[in-house]
Structures are given as C-alpha cells and as structure tokens.
Design a protein around this ligand. Structure first.
Ligand code: VG1
Ligand code: CO
Length: 543
C-alpha cells in the first residue's frame, strides 16, 4: 500500500478553542481542511512511531468518513496500532477510558459536543494525550503553529474498511482493532459504583428517564442502565445516535432538553431524570419537579462521595472552573481538603488529577467528572447520583435541601447572549477591562464592588500561566458576576454572564433563582452596557 505525500496550503484559522477545533461542517468539507489539522496534530507530537492511537467520535454528520481519513493518515505517519470504536463511535469519556486502559499514546476524538450536527451543523476534532485528557495549551498552541506552516500531509491509499463490526485488520503496516465502544467504559463504571444497590433501587419501583438527545450516550445508557442495572425498557429515550441529533441541539439544559424538563415538572413526574450532550461528557440532573444546578451537583457529590465504592477512601481534593459557583468550596472546607479554581475547560484539570491533588472536578456548564478518566463524564455523574440515592433513600429535592441547610445555598445562573457580533463582543470585554481599576469601592445598584480582575491562572503543577480567562466582579456581601466569551462557538461570539449570590439562611432557600439574582442581573446588564453593545434586550439562553 503506497504512502502518498500530498501538497497543501495552510488554513490560517485552525486554532483550537476551549475544546479542540470546532467549525461548520461546510468549513471542514473544504479540500485538505481535515487532513491539514490531523497532520498538524501529528507534526506537533514526538515519539509515537509504533505506538497506539485511539480514534472515535460522537456519530455526527461526517464522523465515519473523517475516522477513515484519520486511520489512513495514522498509518502513513507511523503509528503501530489504532483502536477505533465500532462505526467510528466513542463518547468523549469512553475515549479517555480506552486511552488509559490500553496505555495508548493518545487519541483523536471527533466531536463538536453540544453544538448541533447535520450538513448545516458543526463538526469538531480534538487531540487527547496519553493520560486520556484534552491536550494542554502547550500542545494545542503547537498544533496551531504547525497548522500555520503546513506544506504537505501523509496518507495511505484509500481502501475499503469495515468499521461496522469488531475485528482486526491492517492498514499498510499498522494494525486496526475495531472495538466495542461501550465495553471498557461499562466495566469501569461497574468498578466505581455499587451496581447491586442501584439494581435494587430499580427493582423497588424507583423510576427514571435518561434522555440521550439522539446522541452518543444512547448505546452506553441502554447497556448500563437497562441491560446491566435492570431499569425498565423506555428508561432511555432518544437512544439511537443520529447524524443530525434529530435536528435538535444536544445540550442538556433547561432550554434544550425542554421535553424532559416538562415531563419532570408535570403531573406524571418520575423520581429522577438526566440527560447528556452530543459527545456524552455533560449531564443534567433533575429530581421530581426539581432541577439541580451543575454547581450544586458537584457540591453534593463531593459531600456524599464516600457512599460510592470507588470513592470510599475519600477525596484527595476537588477543583472547579472559575465561573462555577463556590458551593463546592464550603464542602471542601468542611472535609478539610483542597479546592482549586481553574480556567474554563477540562484541559486545566488534567495536571491536578495526574499529580494526585484532586479526585472530583466540575464546571457550571453541566460538566462533572473524576480522576477515573481525564474528561468530564455525563453517565458517570448519573450513576454517582443513583448510587447516592440508593444508599440515602431520599428524594433528590430532600437531599439537596438538606445540603443547603448545612452548607448554605448559592443561587446561581448563567445568561448567554449567543451569536452576537464578534467585534461588539470584544468591545464589551475591552470596556470592562478598562474599568477594572476603578471598580473596587464603587456602588453598583445597592451593592458595593469589593474586587474586580481579569482571571489569570498559574498551574500549580507545571507553573504555566493562562491569562485573560474572564472578568470577575466581586461584591462586599459575597455576590459575584463573571463575564467571558465562549471558546466553542462557530458563529459570531457568545457572551456568557455568570451570576452568583450566597444565602446562608435556610428560611430564604425557597426563592426563584432569577428573582434571587435580579439585582445582580440588572447590574451586569448595566455595567457591561450589554443591551447597547449586543443589540439584545434579553439573553438567548438562561440556565
Ligand atoms: C463551554 C463551557 C465549558 C466547557 C466547554 C466544552 O466552553 O463553558 O465549561 O468545558 O464548553 O464542553 P465555552 O468556551 O463555550 O464557554 V463540551 O461538552 O462542548 O466538550
Ligand atoms: Co460535550
């Protein structure tokens, strides 16, 4: 089989964002676009000759074709073996699990996560390193540099490849193993959680719904929840991955998982419900007529972690992204463990986990995970909740209220202004940055600004510094507003405004979140001049 060297020209825009390179499908369809980026990944790495690469994706439009191209390029670049999920499928956490379990050199995950799919939707590609986690900035920066100077890429001739069944074949001198995308992952979950207790919970009449949103978690949830844990058929809905996610937006939140939310707040509400996103790393947790914010979920899992067998020995520490609420901080304090605050994006947790400094991590954006893999993990979070519910035998709402009574409640919400003009969004952020020095001491609405800065992070393990990670305004009574621009969108800019207010008194734990945050919302709109600069009266998404 011949190795071809194809001449190409750089695309200047191949800069990885919060989680890999994400662009419109139509952008990826440009000749050489995918190949350039894949070769740039390989060019930025050293020492992979003869090693193993893991490849898989979330099944969106273009997934299988891209998988085949990557296999041909991996063979031409000298990898010894590829482990690829059947049909080119692997959820993000399962890819992380497979990389770790089989001591692979790294992995390529095809996903644009929660972004819509289909021919008019988005596509994405990210590289994960040997610990199973997203490539750190040092590597994503190197990939970007390679992409700006690329002149050629290597690929073996096109051949028929059967990826629809588990088997092995060779591509040039590289071995290809087509693996069951679910098996390794399901095995790991059975080690971490008390499957017997959860099965018993289902046998005793506990009812839940899991909405896979026509995305990758369908096969995983069906196998684990229904086949292994005995949840009744129909527990998993929208469980077959579709290339366009059924036309939906596979983002598990109150806006995009509308039907599930309606069911759980309706007459026939079940005990528990959850949803996951396009690539299976996010989770939304709902109780009977009750929504658990991701920040609260992280805090509750931390407080109850030792109830799950995999965490029975306690936690080394915890970490949360900066915009995530401080609910987990107080649990960490009570447990006397460290709590780290990192920039947005899972890549910042990897070093802390590798160094044994943290066990659980989370982000306000419906991401929770632990050191069992190096990605956030949607189904893992659902199983963790089920394990806790099976042991504590209380409804979700009762558990959460008890938690608030003990630790206090962080009212929390995120307001997104999606698809706004990119230049105006930059103007808004620059305006805020210019005001940082004069903000402390100023009265905004009824509140006084105590601190204002642009978040900068020094990695405690390797000392690397990440600047400009979001504008934080802290008020004297403990409330906080954070502004940052999304790094995962593909159209215009998305402004995210994160709002948080702490309430210690259980007598005040029953307020509507938006009402509880009304003062802060008004201040945020005013101080950043949001309506004038975005041309928007209201946010597009409130979570
Ligand atoms: C968003 C979230 C961030 C998350 C990232 C990837 O990034 O805010 O917390 O890690 O998506 O998640 P941004 O830059 O758009 O705010 V996923 O499930 O898209 O891999
Ligand atoms: Co995702």
């Amino acid at each position: 089989m011949a190795i071809q060297t194809i001449q190409t020209r750089p695309f200047p825009e191949q800069k990885p964002g919060t989680s890999g390179l994400r662009k419109k499908v139509t952008v990826f369809q440009a000749p050489h676009y995918l190949e350039n980026f894949v070769q740039s990944i390989f060019d930025s790495l050293e020492g992979f000759a003869g090693q193993t690469l893991v490849v898989g994706g979330d099944g969106r439009y273009g997934n299988l074709e891209a998988t085949k191209v990557i296999l041909r390029m991996a063979a031409a670049n000298g990898f010894g073996r590829v482990l690829v999920g059947r049909d080119g499928l692997l959820s993000t956490p399962a890819a992380s699990c497979v990389i770790r379990k089989h001591a692979a050199f790294g992995g390529i995950v095809l996903s644009a996560s929660h972004n819509p799919g289909g021919p008019d939707g988005d596509f994405g590609i990210k590289y994960n390193i040997g610990n199973g986690g997203p490539a750190p900035e040092r590597i994503t920066d190197a990939i970007f540099e390679c992409s700006k100077n690329i002149r050629e890429y290597r690929i073996v001739d096109e051949v028929e490849m059967a990826l629809d069944r588990e088997h092995e074949f060779t591509l040039d001198s590289m071995a290809v193993h087509v693996i069951d995308p679910v098996a390794d992952y399901a095995g790991l979950m059975a080690e971490l959680f008390d499957f017997r207790a959860i099965s018993y919970l289902f046998q005793s009449g506990f009812r839940m719904r899991f909405d896979a949103m026509h995305a990758i978690t369908g096969p995983y949830a069906t196998e684990i929840l229904q086949n292994r844990l005995g949840a009744p058929r129909g527990t998993v809905i929208n469980g077959v991955p579709l290339a366009d996610f059924g036309g939906g937006h596979p983002d598990p939140n109150l806006t995009y998982a509308k039907e599930l939310v309606a069911e759980m707040f309706g007459e026939q509400a079940l005990d528990f419900a959850a949803a996951s996103d396009g690539d299976g790393d996010r989770n939304m947790i709902l109780g009977h007529r009750f929504f658990v914010t991701p920040s609260d979920s992280l805090a509750l899992l931390t407080a109850n972690a030792t109830l799950a067998p995999g965490y029975a020995d306690g936690l080394a520490g915890v970490a949360r992204s900066m915009p995530t609420s401080a609910a987990v901080d107080r649990v960490a304090e009570a447990l006397d463990i460290d709590c780290f605050e990192t920039p947005t994006g899972w890549k910042f947790f990897g070093n802390l986990m590798d160094a044994g400094k943290v066990t659980l991590c989370g982000e306000e954006s419906f991401g929770t995970g632990s050191s069992h893999v190096r990605e956030k993990d949607g189904l893992w979070a659902v199983l963790f909740w089920l394990n806790i519910l099976a042991v504590r035998q209380q409804p979700v709402e009762a558990l959460m209220r008890e938690h608030w009574a003990k630790y206090g409640r962080n009212y929390y919400s995120r307001h997104d202004y999606e698809g706004v003009d990119a230049v105006s969004a930059e103007t808004l952020m620059t305006g805020l940055r210019e005001e940082l020095k004069t903000l402390p001491g100023r009265q905004l609405g009824q509140l006084t600004v105590a601190t204002a800065d642009d978040f900068s992070y020094t990695d405690p393990v390797d000392g690397s510094v990440s600047r400009g990670q979001g504008i934080r305004i802290g008020f004297s009574e403990g409330s906080r507003i954070v502004f940052r621009l999304s790094g995962t969108g593909t159209e215009g800019a998305t402004l995210r405004v994160y709002l948080e207010r702490f309430e210690a008194d259980p007598a005040h734990h029953d307020q509507d979140t938006q009402q509880a945050l009304a003062d802060l919302i008004a201040i945020a709109v005013d101080v950043a001049d949001i309506q004038r600069l975005t041309g928007r009266e209201l946010p597009t998404v409130i979570i």
